[in-house]
Ligand binder design. Structure first.
Ligand code: IVH
Length: 689
């Protein structure tokens, strides 16, 4: 071996390349085939040589060098499992006041007096990955990741290797069908030991226990997963053929009798003050728990009340995550950069000297907009305090030191840094106020907007095309292969196979992933288009209302203000003037219509399902008026919607049923004039029982 200081740049580059290749092959054989060709000592020598070379010639380090990627080969080829009940997320609370408001909101929804006592469980929020385990007649039959909440990945073989996952339930009394949900995590001691082993083998350390757990769970070879110290706390359930208990607390206890680990810090509380006490107690003991947590979860204890409370889009009304205060750190702003997003927004970004913030390495923070920069009076080279909370983008809180005398003169470029078109701050026609956001005015003709739009289009909650990530989209865009969504469906895979880094197998995999996305749910298509203000939640609500793309499309292209189509759109729960305006603007544009038309040539849109077709009120439009005596207006509305009814605020020809309580006035009169069926609250409850 040539000593490193005698190597020319060209030699070093060549050797780095060939060593990387050799190590990658060895890794693949080790992880995937379980048939290592190199013994440990030889393998270590290769890695050490590579590290030494990369240290001397850092200009040749590539992002996917074996020294930069943790030595885990994860697969994108797991099968899919559709969750029989969605796996939900949680809303957050950040202060004691938020917790009190959470309890008060629940009482309002249930129409209970302010002084009514409601019990809650309080337990640590584990910072891991959730998994769902399905048991039939006591036998573990499948296990899945959360995925997008509706469909997860089939990781049954890997989950089976966890000691905390019973292969057969213990005890007795379990229902024939039992889906147990919980959090997979790695304890801190085990994590430290894992990283010591990594270091010994010259491999980079895992960033944090959560990442290590995620990588370990998605191994191709279950034997690798088995060698990792994964654990599981059970805290929830999905489908059940019989109820577990009457309360959350008892249900979780019974899971422990059947062989699951449950968290010892779950406590039954009588209301907000006990909940907050328990939160403070756990926060104080956080460092001694032995595993990472990022808050405390409160759940209504009475399962019958949980049932009545139900869900809002992706989170239950009966639970909340009380997050711990954000982690902070101090570092230096090396550069203020400008990024152009999917909607054309120019966002200033602080490039930071990388710093560890609560277990995660942070090297970028958003500065939001030019007003924010002027408020902070921040300049390149400044020392700043930053904060990171949960999954949100890190933020700059303040400049350390004196900013006195600095003038508010920061301005974003007046031209888009990517395409050069004018970048303007909109003026609100009604209020005359200038928008805080400066946007590139070039629409999809701006490469940044087009590329960001395409990345969004293929992302997990949209078309979910594996193997078509940010890098590939950029590459295909610059090659003029993919300029708009439709192009994805007519790619030339022979040409792709010839690209560096591809080959026949990846091209074939990509083709399969794209073909798999040709049949797609209505709400995903709508979300994928990347329309402003249309997120996953309201895309689902809109799809659930119109059921077919055709019905929606004819409504939106005829939705001038004042028309019935407009009123109908506005009547959808969760859709307001902002959404309707954005939808009309998007579908009104000739260029967008062409993009959609082209796309429709390649895909089949699956109609949305009315939430429950066997209920008598599914598909009916109902209006509540007057005072309801059995439940709050919100609960009545949520229940009607969960049965597939559409709830509208005003009576029109389209109304099917009016539910009128005491004090009903003009709406009742109008319904009678139109000959619409009118029910009392009790008659309505009998109808839907
Ligand atoms: S309950 C119906 N309990 O937090 C609510 N979730 O932000 C289902 N998590 O996806 C979740 N610890 O992965 C619940 N004690 C706990 C939890 C917990 C961690 C995770 C879970 C969930 C996420 C929501």
């Amino acid at each position: 071996m040539t000593p490193i200081d005698e190597l020319s740049e060209a030699d070093a580059k060549r050797e780095i390349k060939s060593l990387s290749m050799e190590i990658r092959i060895a890794d693949a054989q080790y992880y995937a085939d379980d048939n290592p060709v190199l013994d440990d000592a030889d393998y270590d020598r290769l890695r050490q040589r590579l590290i030494a070379l990369e240290t001397a010639f850092p200009q040749f380090i590539v992002k996917d060098s074996p020294t930069q990627t943790v030595g885990t080969k994860t697969s994108s080829k797991f099968g899919k499992i559709k969750h029989s009940l969605p796996m939900l997320s949680l809303d957050n609370a950040f202060s004691d006041a938020d917790v009190s408001e959470f309890a008060a909101r629940i009482k309002r929804f249930l129409s209970l007096p302010d002084d009514a006592g409601i019990a809650f469980t309080a337990e640590p929020k584990i910072d891991g990955l959730s998994a769902s385990l399905r048991y039939e007649k006591g036998e573990l039959i499948s296990g899945a990741t959360r995925g997008d909440g509706q469909v997860g990945e089939d990781i049954t073989a890997n989950l089976r290797t966890l000691g905390d996952v019973p292969k057969r339930l213990k005890g007795r009394g379990w229902p024939d069908v039992l889906e147990v949900r919980g959090e997979v995590y790695i304890a801190l001691d085990d994590f430290t030991a894992m990283n010591m082993r990594q270091e010994k083998h010259g491999k980079p350390a895992y960033k944090n226990p959560r990442n290590a757990a995620a990588g370990s769970l998605r191994q191709i070879d279950p034997a690798v997963t088995a060698s990792r110290p994964l654990r599981l706390f059970a805290y929830a359930w999905g489908e059940l053929s019989a109820p577990l208990a009457q309360t959350q607390y008892e249900a979780v206890k019974v899971l422990s009798e059947w062989g699951f680990q449950i968290n010892q810090d779950m406590k039954l509380c009588s209301g907000p003050s006990e909940m907050i006490n328990h939160y403070n107690d756990i926060l104080q003991r956080r460092a001694a728990l032995g595993y990472d947590i990022d808050g405390v979860v409160y759940k209504v204890d009475d399962l019958a009340l949980q049932e009545r409370l139900g869900f809002v889009s992706r989170a239950p009304r009966w639970a909340v995550a009380h997050k711990f205060p954000a982690e902070k750190a101090i570092t230096t702003v090396e550069l203020i950069d400008v990024q152009v997003g999917r909607t054309g927004a120019l966002t200033p970004v602080a490039r930071l000297t990388p710093v560890n913030v609560g277990g995660v390495l942070v090297s970028n923070a958003t500065l939001h907009n030019e007003d924010e920069i002027n408020r902070l009076k921040i300049r390149e080279g400044d020392q700043v305090e930053i904060q990171r909370a949960g999954d949100v983008i890190p933020q700059v809180l303040r400049v350390i030191g004196d900013t006195e005398g600095r003038v508010d003169d920061y301005m974003l470029p007046l031209n888009c840094p990517i395409c050069g078109a004018d970048a303007l701050r909109d003026v609100d026609e009604k209020t005359g106020r200038v928008d805080v956001v400066r946007r590139c005015t070039n629409g999809l003709s701006c490469p940044a907007q087009a590329i960001e739009g395409l990345k969004h289009f293929v992302s997990r909650r949209a078309f979910d095309i594996d193997g078509l990530g940010e890098k590939q989209i950029e590459l295909f865009y610059h090659k003029d292969w993919v300029k708009e969504p439709a192009d994805i469906f007519s790619l030339n895979f022979e040409a792709i196979a010839k690209l560096e880094g591809f080959g026949d197998t990846s091209a074939a995999n990509l083709k399969a992933a794209i073909d798999g996305a040709r049949e797609i749910d209505f709400d995903r298509v709508l979300y994928a288009l990347g329309i402003r203000h249309i997120g996953q939640g309201n895309a689902k609500l809109i799809a659930g209302h119109y059921l077919t793309w055709e019905a929606f499309y004819s409504a939106i292209t005829a939705a001038d203000i004042g028309t019935d189509s407009y009123a109908e759109l506005m009547s959808i729960d969760g859709v307001g003037p902002g959404q309707v305006q954005a939808l009309r603007q998007f579908f009104g544009g000739a260029a967008n219509q062409a993009v959609i038309l082209n796309l429709l040539n390649h895909i089949t849109i699956i109609d949305a399902e009315a939430p429950s077709l066997d209920s008598l009120v599914a598909g009916k439009t109902v209006v509540f008026t007057g005072k309801l005596e059995r439940m709050s207006r919100d609960e009545a509305k949520a229940r009607a919607q969960s049965l597939g009814a559409k709830v509208s605020g005003s009576v029109s020809k389209k109304t099917n049923i009016l539910i009128a309580g005491p004090g009903a006035g003009s709406k009742l009169k109008k319904a009678q004039e139109l000959g619409i069926e009118t029910l009392t609250e009790d008659e309505w409850l009998t109808l839907i029982r």
